[in-house]
Design a protein around this ligand. Structure first.
Ligand code: KIV
Length: 294
């Protein structure tokens, strides 16, 4: 088993120059599989609103939904550090709300750290959560919970003024005690400047290759999606197409009576032969044990 990745491991990776590989996950078995790959950080992101729940954006996601999926992910006991995303309105209204909700992600969901979107304005919130001994990941740039404020999903920091502001915000998050910052949807030159300006790792998504690490939404990179994907997503496999093909084949075989064949069927146990001990040919297949899966 791999050594457990902690916030200190992530911090050290920046110093040693080893890139951080991060991905989202929302369920037990996917997490088991993902964790066998050497992934460093698993985010139970509020992207689950779209890819799991079918919401239009991340705004409707609730604490209960994040906790539900965090529980499934943390039950897989991954070596990667588990980050729980703080959903919209779980930290915006007050510092008290923020600490209580971050605590729930850890206590009920099993998160080992939390992520929240926003810059300098959230410094008191971040400090209070860290005072409660919960490590925090920041999130700057295109912050999807500010969808309406941004006027849509727009690349951020394109002009000098907003770029300079984002560098200041990154420094403020570092001072507040964040152990990493997700940088989303910004020009790669700005991501590069931010990465050079702070001593904590930057984890990019749509922010070029110069960040200290990268994060992608699992379903996107596996090709399980409905809407066209943004250009920053690299699709590593077309699992959606493969799933459709496999289920179509199953439907076809059921309709044609080809499935199940004899190899996927059970037979009536043969009768005991009279008088011979140790010659019980009765099947031990009760239909519930591992045998029933064969
Ligand atoms: O919710 C999420 O999946 C995220 C990543 C895209 C960084 O915040």
């Amino acid at each position: 088993m791999r050594k457990k990745v902690t916030k200190n491991t992530i911090l050290k990776m920046k110093r040693s120059g080893e890139k951080i590989a991060a991905i989202t996950s929302y369920d037990f078995l996917s997490t088991k599989i993902i964790d066998q790959t050497g992934i460093d950080l698993i985010l139970v992101g509020d992207s689950l609103g779209m890819v799991i729940m079918g919401y239009e954006n991340t705004l409707p996601v609730t604490m209960e939904e994040i906790i539900h999926h965090l529980k499934a992910v943390s039950r897989a006991r991954p070596s990667a550090i588990v980050v729980g995303d703080m959903p919209f309105m779980s930290y915006q209204a007050s510092v008290e709300d923020a600490v209580r909700n971050a605590g729930r992600l850890v206590k009920e969901g099993g998160a080992e750290s939390v992520k929240l979107e926003g810059g300098e304005r959230y410094v008191p919130v971040i400090e209070a959560i860290i005072h409660a001994s919960i490590p925090v990941v920041g999130h700057l740039g295109l912050t999807p919970q500010s969808l309406h404020q941004m006027g849509g999903y727009r690349i951020q920091g394109r002009d000098e003024e907003s770029a300079a502001k984002m560098v200041r915000e990154a420094k403020a998050l570092e001072r507040a005690g964040c152990f990493a910052i997700v940088i989303e949807g910004v020009p790669y030159q700005l991501a590069d400047t931010i990465t050079e300006s702070i001593s904590i790792p930057t984890i990019g998504i749509g922010a070029g290759s110069h960040c200290d690490g990268q994060v992608l939404v699992l379903n996107d990179m596996l090709g399980i999606h409905e809407e066209p994907l943004p250009r920053f997503v690299k699709v590593y496999d077309e699992i959606g197409d493969r799933m459709r093909d496999a289920v179509s084949k199953y439907v076809e075989e059921v309709k044609e009576g080809k499935f199940p064949s004899i190899e996927h069927s059970y037979s009536t146990p043969r009768k005991k032969s009279a008088g011979r001990t140790g010659d019980n040919e009765e099947s031990n297949d009760s239909g519930t044990g591992p045998e029933s899966n064969k």
